[in-house]
Design a protein around this ligand. Sequence first.
Ligand SMILES: Cc1ncc(COP(=O)(O)O)c(C=O)c1O
Length: 143
Amino acid sequence: MSWPQRIEQALAERRLNAAYRRRQATEGGNGRQIRLGDRLYLNFSGNDYLGLSQDARVIAAWQQGAQRYGIGSGGSGHVTGFSAAHQALEEQLATWLGYPRALLFISGYAANQAVLAALMQKGDRILADRLSHASLLEAAAQS
Ligand SMILES: Cc1ncc(COP(=O)(O)O)c(C=O)c1O
C-alpha cells in the first residue's frame, strides 16, 4: 500500500469512528477566553491556567527578551539553544522550589518522555492513572 493510500485509509477509519478532528483557528491569543469566529468562550482546553499569556508584564518581558536575544532558539539546548537566560531561569526555579537543580524542557510532552526514559529500567513497573496526560502514558508505554 502506498503512503497516500495509507493516509486515506487512516482518515477513512477516523471518519468512520467519529474520531476525525478539524482544527479551528482562534483569534486574539489563547488565554482564559478564546474567540472562535464572532463568539467568545471560556477556555477550558488550554494550558494558560493563570492567564499569563495576556499579562502586560509578561508581554513586556517577552518583548525585551526578543530585543536582546532575537527570536527562535537557533538550535536545540544540546547545541547552541541554551542561553544565559535559560540558565538563569533554571537557577531561579531551583532556588524557588528548593532543589539543587532544575531543568527546562521545551514542552510538557518532552519532559514526560525524558523523565520516564531516564528513570525507568527493564523490569520496572509503572502504575499510572488512566486519566494521566496522554504524553505520560505514551512515555510509559515506550519505556
Ligand atoms: C501533566 C501534563 N503533562 C504533559 C502535558 C503536555 O504539555 P505540552 O502541551 O507542553 O506538551 C500537559 C499539558 O497540559 C500536562 O498537563
